[in-house]
Write a protein that binds this ligand. Sequence first.
Ligand code: MD3
Ligand code: FE
Length: 195
Amino acid sequence: MAPEVVLLRGFAVATAEYAAAVDLVAAAAPFRQLQTPGGRPMSAAMTNCGALGWHSDARGYRYEPCDPLSGLPWPAMPSIFLDLAQRAAAEAGYRDFLPDACLINRYAGKAKMGAHRDADERDFSQPIVSVTLGAAATFLWYGKLRSGSAVKIRLEPSDVLVWGGSARRGYHAVGQAEGAATGAVRINLTFRKAG
Ligand code: MD3
Ligand code: FE
């Protein structure tokens, strides 16, 4: 895709522990379907852990220190998440990645994510680390332009991607979870330095 993308196949091995940590986060900050600023529901369900959480509503896309559903701070980032994100970033050459936000996306049924780029963070020199759990899905990489042909790669459970450099600003999308028609669910964690 780009020289600044590092794909670590099978890197997130402790899948039962990660799934349990997702469940703990979701018990405190439930998955919810956010609305785009234009008022359309996003098909993936989302929650967050860490000091900041990504949120979208009629007021726009932004990071919030508290869960707007409860008014309480987002659940703390589980130490196994922080450890995973830092080890993955280090493999890609980012020695002092300190994520303050972990967005958790859940894809069930027809849920998918259209082409977009992640631009609500302050420091684009910091990478984003993404982790696939549960089911596989096809990831589409557009790069600099939102249109045109995309490079497709199949993201399998336990795969970790580190996005840095100019790739950090690239357009991307993701398809439905494989097996979603028969109940499979894909969970994606994205670790960010947002603040
Ligand atoms: C490339 N998530 O949360 S992960 C997102 O599968 C997001 O949930 C998708 O795109 C998902 O914003 C794709 C791969 C990914 C995540 C963040 C990126 C690729 C990225 C940020 C910049 C460039
Ligand atoms: Fe994204």
